[in-house]
Unconditional design. Sequence first.
Length: 252
Amino acid sequence: MDERGRILILGGTGEAMTLAAALAPRSDLRALLSFAGRTKAPVMPAIPSRIGGFGGVDGLATYLSEMETPMVVDATHPFAAQMSANAAQACARLCVPRLSFTRKPWTPTPDDKWIQVPDIAAAVDALGAEPRHVFLTVGRLSLGAFRRAPQHRYVARSIEAPDASELPPHCRMLLARPPFSLADERALMQAECFDYLCTKNSGGGATENKLLAARELGLRVIMVERPQAPQGDTLYDLPAVMDWISAHRPAP
């Protein structure tokens, strides 16, 4: 498969897959979806793909130059800060147009009981010293941070199982792929009698029902806020992204 001259989509999200499906029938907009490789069995897109990193800013810049990449759409996870920063720097170096296609962050209502924290370390601290029962939906790569708070009991939900050595003690895993219904989220929280839901502000509808259930049940939520994104164009819906791509594609 020739990667030359293809729009590069940095993926790993539902937004990336949605964009890939929209571009698949477009012979005038050839694209390639890149996976970081952290998910062992990713759902494959309807367009050509690659798996693996690029080697930092310099490696990505070299790739973009050699492949004559006309533009980059960063559709990585909102917490993939390093990849987004690398893409911003590499594209700026080469004057390659770059767009961030992401989900709108969640915002609390007056009925929510959010404790907003800047990072995972602060989320661990926010649980306090008294033993609590905690529902973790922070992603498997962040679970290790909670090992320094072994007094709590945890139920952690993830798409894939983490390395057991990275888990805090007294942690039970739930392996499941979103979306999750409101009824199921409510039933889980009621059955477990959690003291806290600890999650990241990933945004989007696929996992929002956990917040709706927490609101209904009056459950306290420790919300890890997003890292600051690089400056540049950011869009939240597919039609606007398609318009941006059409406006930035090079002339024939």
